[in-house]
Each structure stands twice: as C-alpha cells, then as structure tokens.
Write a protein that binds this ligand. Sequence first.
Ligand code: AMP
Ligand code: MN
Ligand code: MN
Ligand code: MN
Length: 279
Amino acid sequence: MNALNADLHCHSTASDGTLAPADVVRRAAANGVDLLALTDHDELLGLPEAAAAAAELGLRFVPGVEISVSWLDQTLHIVGLGIDPSNVALIEGLAQVRGGRDGRAARIAAELERIGIRGAMEGALRYAGNPALVSRAHFARFLVEIGASRNVHDVFLHYLARGKPGYVEHVWATLEDAVGWIKGAGGLAVIAHPGRYRLSHAEMDILFDRFRELGGDAVEVACGAHDGGQLLAFARLARKFGLMASRASDFHGPEDSPIDLGRADPLPPDLTPVWTRLN
Ligand code: AMP
Ligand code: MN
Ligand code: MN
Ligand code: MN
C-alpha cells in the first residue's frame, strides 16, 4: 500500500466547507495527513491562509481547486492540483464560473418559494462564508435549519437534486476550458468522484477518453463518495485509460461529511498515485 496519507480534495469556508482554511489544515495535521490539497469550488481565495497554516505546521500542502463543468447533460467536477494561484487565465476563468452562481442562487430561492419556503436566499447566504460562492450545500443547511429535512443528505433526496423542487439547470464551464485552465496554470487535472455521475458505461468511457485527449492526468479512485465496488471499478478505468489515481476525502466539515480528512481508502498498489507528480 502507499504509505503516504495524501488527501487531495477538501473544502473550506472559501466555498461550501464549514471550517476556515487554517482549521482544515490543522484538522488534517491532527488526523495524520502527510500531503493535503485544499480544493474549494471555483475559488482560490482560501489558498494563502491554508498554505501559511501548513507551513507553520510543517505539513506538505498543494494548492488546488474544484471546477464545476457541464458535460452532456451532467454537472461534473474537475479538480486541479498544484496549480499556480497567480495564473491570470485560471483566475479569470474561475471568476466567470463563479459569476453565474448569484443568478442561479436567486432561481433556486424562487423555486423554493413556489413550494412555500420563504427567505431561502437570505438563509443560504447566512451559511456562505464567501458571498461570491453560494452553493447548494448552503441552501441545504438552511433547509435543515427550518426543519424541511432532518439532515443534508435528506435535503438532496427531496429538494435540491435534479427533478426535485429547488433544482435549476445551470451551465458551468466546458470540460475543455476547465482542463485547459488547470494545465495552463501548471497543474494536474483530476476527474473528481466519478461514481457520482449518472453516466452509462459507454458515456463514462467517452468522458475518460476525451479527458485523456485534453491532457487530463488522473481520476479519484479512492474517495468519500465511493464504496468498495466503485473503487475497484474506477481503478479498472484508470488502468484502461492510462490515468494516475487520486485519493480524496471531499471533506466539507465535521458535521456533514461521510469521511474525515485523511480517511479515504488506500489506493490499489499497482496504480500510479497522482502525488508522485506533485512538487
Ligand atoms: P453546487 O456546486 O452549488 O451545485 O453544490 C454542490 C455541492 O452540494 C457539492 O459540492 C456538495 O457539497 C453538495 N452536495 C451535492 N449533492 C449532495 C448530496 N447528495 N449529499 C450531500 N451534499 C451534496
Ligand atoms: Mn461542495
Ligand atoms: Mn464535487
Ligand atoms: Mn468537492
């Protein structure tokens, strides 16, 4: 097994996590993480604070981001690792992706209002540590607060998922742009939590093939969203398409994450860990 405890995907209050960037880093260090990437949604704002906290603790830190992408009729997430946070094309691309979030949040609130839930915009904003980055996770916390569901998991079953009230269609970045911004900023591009996408086997193959063609590097094989069967299935796809493997908790906070920082499963030993190419 790969002895390094790498966690290459997690969130802070710069997007929809509940801990400040420095607190994410402190918790990772306390959990025995050896190498950490902070990967907030469409946002680099938390990276300086996280990097400073990691330097203080002597924890190896990699700047990252998780970019929202529209592909076929799905939303995909592409993680960038080891990106240069001062890269202008990346900064401008992310600003453009974030720019769509306000209007989308207003449309989500309007949909919720139609089923009698008032004040959702203000409610979600109270949970948003970064007003430029209102996510469905913030709406979910508000819906739990008012008793619409028992927990965030149930909110996504009943409200904010496709086909449910409170879901609105939205166009994010293209796959080409997202991978291009990451590669242009010197980073490695990683398909995040592929087990969450509603794609057929054929579509998944097309995605992996296209991603590879665009210069994509790796796929999350071990991650909080995958069960043991999915881990094996995506390990097979990594081998088939010659992609490296990543390991990720996708931690959002102690309250509503399936696994804690540094607690993802180990990678199958024959795969090349993406961190062999970091720093
Ligand atoms: P957004 O980028 O605004 O569409 O929000 C997506 C975020 O909502 C994800 O990054 C998760 O934090 C959260 N989320 C999505 N689906 C679920 C789910 N089924 N259970 C819990 N959280 C979810
Ligand atoms: Mn999230
Ligand atoms: Mn994601
Ligand atoms: Mn994530």
